[in-house]
Ligand binder design. Sequence first.
Ligand SMILES: Cc1cc2nc3c(=O)[nH]c(=O)nc-3n(C[C@H](O)[C@H](O)[C@H](O)COP(=O)(O)OP(=O)(O)OC[C@H]3O[C@@H](n4cnc5c(N)ncnc54)[C@H](O)[C@@H]3O)c2cc1C
Length: 450
Amino acid sequence: MKKDFDILVVGAGPAGIAAAIAAAENGLRVGVVDDSPSPGGQIWRRGTQPPTAARRWNDRFEAAAVVRMMGWRVIDCLRLTPEGGILRAECNTPGVQPADLHFRHLILATGARERFLPFPGWTLPNVMGAGGLDAMVRGGLPIEGKRVVIAGTGPLLLAVAAQLTAHGASVVAICEQASLAQMAPLALALLRQPGKLLQGAKYRWATRKTPFFTRCWPAAALAEPNPGPGSENEPQPRLQAVTLHREGKQWTVACDYLACGFHLVPNTELASLLGSRIQDGFVVTDQQMRTSIPAVWCAGEPTGIGGVDASLLEGRIAGLSAAGKTEAARALSKRRPGMQAFARALERACRLDPRLRELADDQTIVCRCEDVRMAALRGRSGWRDAKLHTRCGMGPCQGRVCGGAAEFLFGWSAGHAHPPLYPARVSSLMEEAEEEAMAASSSHPAIEPE
Ligand SMILES: Cc1cc2nc3c(=O)[nH]c(=O)nc-3n(C[C@H](O)[C@H](O)[C@H](O)COP(=O)(O)OP(=O)(O)OC[C@H]3O[C@@H](n4cnc5c(N)ncnc54)[C@H](O)[C@@H]3O)c2cc1C
C-alpha cells in the first residue's frame, strides 16, 4: 500500500497532534501514524474523562483534514533525500499489508518511555511501570482497595499516585530517590510555571494521607512463599511486599502493586535511524524544530522532557515551520526557552543516585525478554559486546526496557539504530528485501548479450 503526504507526522501524542493540526490548517496533505489504537499519546490516550484542554485538542484533531493511521508503527526508512522520503509502517492488525508512507517533510513526535532499573524481584507479577499501572487502571484494571507502593523519580510519581488514589487505591508510600536539596531548583523553576505548580499542589493534596519519602527506593520486591514443587498448575509467585531503603535503614511494606518509574527515556530510535544528530540522549533541533537532516523536524519529548505544554508548543512550531510558515513558527519559538529551562531543571532533579547501581545482585535479571542476569553483563565492553555474547536487548522490546537501565548501570550507549525498529513480520521484511532487489536491478540493468 502506498500513501503520499506533504507532511508525515510520526506520533499522535500532544506534540504530534499539535504539529498535524498546524500543518493541516495551512492546507497541506498531512498524515499521522501512531502505534496506538487511539490518539493522545501517554497522557490523553485513555481515560475516563480527559481534561478540558485535552478535549479541545482532540476535537480540533478530529476536525482537521488529516489522514490518521492509528495502530500502525514505523519500522524502517526506505529512502531519505532533502526532497523527502519513504517510511515503511506495519499495521498491528495481522493480515494487513505494510504501507509505504511517502512524504516531503517528516515530523518526528515519538515521545518518551519510562526508565526501569533492575532490583531483586522487579520481574515479579504486579511490579510494573508507574505510567504503565496508571494506563492499565484507566483501561479498566480494578484497583479499589489495593495497596500500592509508588517508587522511582520525577513528577510522574505524584501524578500516578493522585490518579490511583482517585480510583480508590490505597497508596501506602511514594518513594522519590532524589533528595530535597536536589529537587529544590525544580521547585524554583516551577514558580515560573504557575499552571504546573498548581497541578503539583493538587496532586499532593489528593495524596496528603500518603507518606512521601525522599532519598528512598525499593531494595527488593518480595513474593508470597511459593507452595513448593507441585503440579503444572503451580501458582506463580505473587508480589507480597517491598523492602524500602532510606538513609541506611530498610523496612518492609506489604503491598499488592509496586509501581516504579525512574523518569523517562526519549524515543530517539527513529531519529537515530534517519541520521539526525543526537546529543546527551536528545535529538538536536534549531528553534524551528528542524533536525540536522533536511526535511526532518522533531518535536516533544525526544528533544527534552518538559511535560505536555512543551510538547504542544514544539508540535505547533514544527507543524508551522514544516508548512513553510516560518514567521509564525519564529514568533511561537520565543516561548520555548522558558520551557527548555524547566526541562533542564527537571533533568537535574531526576539525576539518579549512583547507589541505585548497586541494587541488582548477580542473579537479578536485567534483560527480561532474554533472561539475561546481571552477572552475565559485568565486565562487558559495551552494548554491542553484551548483545553479541548474552543476547541482552535482542528480544521483542529491542532494548527499550533494558537499554535505559544498561545506560545507567554501565554507561553503555545504544549507538546507531538499525531496522527494523520494532520486531516486524517476516512477510514485511521479505517484501522490503524484494523491493530493494528490484530497485538494485533496475539501477544496474543487466547487460544484454550482443
Ligand atoms: C501517567 C502519566 C501522567 C502524566 N501526567 C502529566 C501531567 O500531569 N502534566 C504534564 O505536563 N505531563 C504529564 N505527563 C507527561 C506527558 O504525558 C508527556 O509530557 C506528553 O505526553 C508528551 O507528549 P509527546 O507528544 O511528546 O509524546 P507521547 O505522548 O509519548 O506520544 C508519542 C507517541 O508516538 C508514538 N510512537 C513512537 N514511536 C513510534 C513509531 N515508530 N511508530 C508509530 N508510533 C510511534 C507512541 O505510540 C506515542 O503515542 C504524564 C505522563 C504519564 C505517562
